[in-house]
Design a protein around this ligand. Structure first.
Ligand code: NDP
Length: 286
């Protein structure tokens, strides 16, 4: 077993906690494969796991955590509120279930997964207040949001005064999402960049390929390094151990400012998204 000795840098959050800037995401990792996959990620060196109620694999993430025997203070675990559970009682009940499935008495970060402005009479503010209560009760060290557009952020800040520690949003070289990143920065909110390699879509881009060739790295590594140098938090997903290792080997090379600018210049606006627009996304999973 190869155990990495790489130390992943941490980012300070606005609530006094810290988060490892590189983690491992488990969206679309089938439950049957999740324990083995997360155990491999731990072997590679990842200590930050990003899951969600919606992914249906919290129990298997929990099994991997239990089997790995890594001390709790070395691990960073995020989960997210599912879209059907925005009402306060549902949020509290599902959060307790998440802790139970993960086998933890506290997570590090709990997020509202989607704002769903067209559901619940447009009221994500009450849901946000409930997350603040869950944090005050000690079930999660930090709370944050995901897929919040600048006006959604303004609204929860104006109405509650509670600032999210993070906003987890889609960011990739073809959808740099600068307006949302700038709103996060304005309020001292850390940006987490989801689908950081555009679900593999960065393969074949000539600009990224050119930089990769010059620095002797892969397109995925160059893209993940671009995110890190912009200050965002990332957690690429892979079910292949060699790719987990590739995506973890980001701390022994650097991009120039020109490289970073060239990759940022690949932005295609809305058409560069790989996922849905948060203003209209309204799916409530079964
Ligand atoms: P990623 O951008 O991480 O890409 C994952 C895909 O790329 C997989 O198909 C994987 O295939 C492939 N891949 C991984 N590494 C490499 C590599 N080095 N070279 C080539 N291909 C590679 O997409 P995700 O959507 O998984 O995003 C990452 C995480 O972000 C999620 O797992 C989840 O935690 C979070 N997320 C959050 C969302 C939200 O709404 N808050 C929405 C979407 C994601 P393989 O597995 O076969 O290696």
């Amino acid at each position: 077993m190869t155990v990495s000795t790489t130390t992943v840098p941490t980012i300070p959050l606005n609530d006094g906690t810290e988060i490892p800037q590189l983690g491992f995401g488990v969206f679309l990792v089938p439950p049957a494969d999740t324990q083995k996959t997360v155990e491999q990620a731990f072997e590679v060196g990842y200590r930050h796991i990003d899951t969600a109620q919606m992914y249906g694999n919290e129990a298997e993430v929990g099994a991997a955590i239990a089997a790995a025997g890594i001390s709790r203070d070395q691990l960073y675990v995020t989960t997210k509120l599912n879209n059907g559970y925005h009402r306060p009682d549902d949020a509290r009940r599902s959060f307790a279930e998440s802790l139970d499935k993960l086998g933890l008495d506290r997570v590090d970060l709990f997020l509202i997964h989607w704002p769903l402005p067209t559901r619940y009479d447009g009221d994500f503010v009450t849901t946000w207040r409930t997350l603040a209560e869950l944090r005050d009760d000690g079930g999660t060290a930090s709370i944050g949001v995901s897929n919040f557009e600048p006006d959604h952020l303004e609204r929860i800040l104006d109405e509650t005064g509670v600032i999210p520690a993070v906003n987890q949003i889609e960011v990739n070289p073809f959808f740099t999402n600068e307006a949302a990143r700038a709103a996060d920065a304005r309020h001292g909110i850390a940006t987490e960049a989801w689908s950081p390699i555009a679900r593999g879509g960065i393969a074949g881009d000539p600009t990224i390929a050119g930089i990769a060739e010059r620095v002797g790295r892969t397109a995925a590594q160059v893209t993940l390094r671009w995110h890190l140098q912009r200050g965002d938090i990332v957690f690429p997903k892979s079910m292949h151990r060699e790719r987990m290792e590739e995506n973890f080997a980001l701390f022994d090379f650097e991009l120039t400012d020109e490289d970073v600018a060239a990759i940022s210049g690949l932005d295609r606006g809305e058409s560069g998204r790989t996922g849905p627009n948060p203003n209209t996304f309204d799916r409530i999973p079964d």
